[in-house]
Design a protein around this ligand. Structure first.
Ligand code: SF4
Ligand code: SF4
Length: 67
């Protein structure tokens, strides 16, 4: 099964990955990280295909994809 990891400290909460994911698996958290941003999270990755569109669009290289 494919999965992603989002580096909560690198993420600036821009939301681009939430738009890029064709399965809509990524959302922004309610809580703020140490930098004052609301980072992305992907609580349910059962539908993740490992397409890596989220990682490719992330300007902060905060997403790692595992296949
Ligand atoms: S790898 Fe693809 S399917 Fe999985 S979270 Fe990223 S954009 Fe969505
Ligand atoms: S694209 Fe990158 S910086 Fe923007 S919300 Fe997603 S993980 Fe965070």
């Amino acid at each position: 099964m494919a999965r992603i990891e989002i580096d909560q400290l690198r993420c600036k909460g821009c939301g681009l990955c939430t738009i890029a994911c064709p399965r809509k698996l990524i959302q922004l958290c309610e809580r703020v990280n140490i930098q004052g941003y609301t980072p992305a999270e992907a609580p349910n990755l059962e539908q993740c295909t490992g397409c890596a569109l989220c990682a490719e669009i992330c300007p902060d290289v905060a997403i790692t994809v595992y296949k």
